[in-house]
Design a protein around this ligand. Structure first.
Ligand code: MF3
Ligand code: CO
Length: 265
């Protein structure tokens, strides 16, 4: 790994934080509109307005040929679902994933929302997915190894009766959406490169109630769970500083909510 390309200065981290906080406000806005009766295309339209309101440019359209501004992954869709005419119904679980740019710095986040009231097992899933993300972020301490992150996520998932989708990885973020290092969401503790101050990367485990195996659909983008199980995902940006690693957004909220549940439910 060429660590030189992935180490950020304090000023660069600050720029990334500003971008990430603006994108977090987009996700807070989405929470107020996601309910039964709206389409996934409506979610994209609201995201478009919210991005511009919060000073961000959406960057997913055209990214590696991706056709939409956001990914909307409903229920058994594990990732990269395409917004369209699907109407959310009571009890649906929808993950929205958005990439954005602010002044040349990228933000990338995903959030799972409940449309109306969820079945108990899906409520359990959202909470488990959130706890997996927090566990991964907490493992991102200077001096630890990158493999410790996936080890912590995998452990938390098993503890909570869920599985992590191994195919999807986290990534460094900076001027580019995807930079080094690659973050495995299921890995062995003590393996991989050392985590060093200046690293900024996204932790984004997709967690399912089933086996964790996925299959890609003919649209060339959507991945569904092979066993039809529902999935959830929270993607956060973690900055590693001299003394600790921390989620760039949410402030202390991220820590406080680790034992309760995800905000913007
Ligand atoms: N957060 C996702 C990722 O890091 C964004 C996927 S965008 C897509 O891969 F365009 F590739 F779908
Ligand atoms: Co990402």
């Amino acid at each position: 790994m060429n660590t030189g390309t992935c180490i950020k200065t304090a000023l660069e981290m600050e720029r990334l934080r500003v971008a990430a906080e603006a994108l977090e406000r987009v996700f807070a806005d989405l929470a107020t509109v996601i309910k039964p009766g709206i389409t996934t295309k409506d979610i994209e339209n609201v995201a478009e307005l919210a991005l511009s309101r919060h000073g961000l440019d959406g960057i997913l359209v055209g990214y590696r040929g991706y056709p939409s501004l956001v990914c909307t992954s409903v229920n058994n869709v594990a990732a990269h679902g395409l917004p369209g005419q699907y109407v959310l119904s009571e009890g649906d679980v929808v993950t929205v994933d958005i990439g954005a740019d602010r002044g040349g710095w990228k933000a990338d986040a995903a959030w799972t929302y409940a449309a109306g009231r969820l079945k108990a097992e899906n409520r359990r899933l959202l909470r488990a997915a959130w706890r997996c993300t927090i566990a991964g972020a907490r493992a991102a301490q200077p001096g630890a190894r990158l493999g410790d992150i996936g080890a912590a996520i995998g452990r938390e998932a098993r503890l909570l009766g869920c599985a992590v989708v191994r195919e999807f990885t986290g990534h460094g973020i900076g001027r580019a959406l995807h930079e080094e290092p690659i973050i495995l969401h299921e890995s062995a503790a003590g393996t991989g490169p050392e985590i060093v101050p200046g690293m900024v990367f996204n932790v984004e485990p997709v967690v399912t109630l089933g086996s964790g195996a996925v299959t890609q659909l003919d649209d060339g983008w959507s991945y569904i769970t092979s066993d039809g199980s529902v999935s959830a995902q929270y993607e956060v940006t973690v900055a590693v500083r001299e003394s600790s690693g921390a989620i760039l957004t949410l402030g202390r909220l991220g820590d406080d909510l680790a034992n309760t549940g995800p905000p913007y439910g």
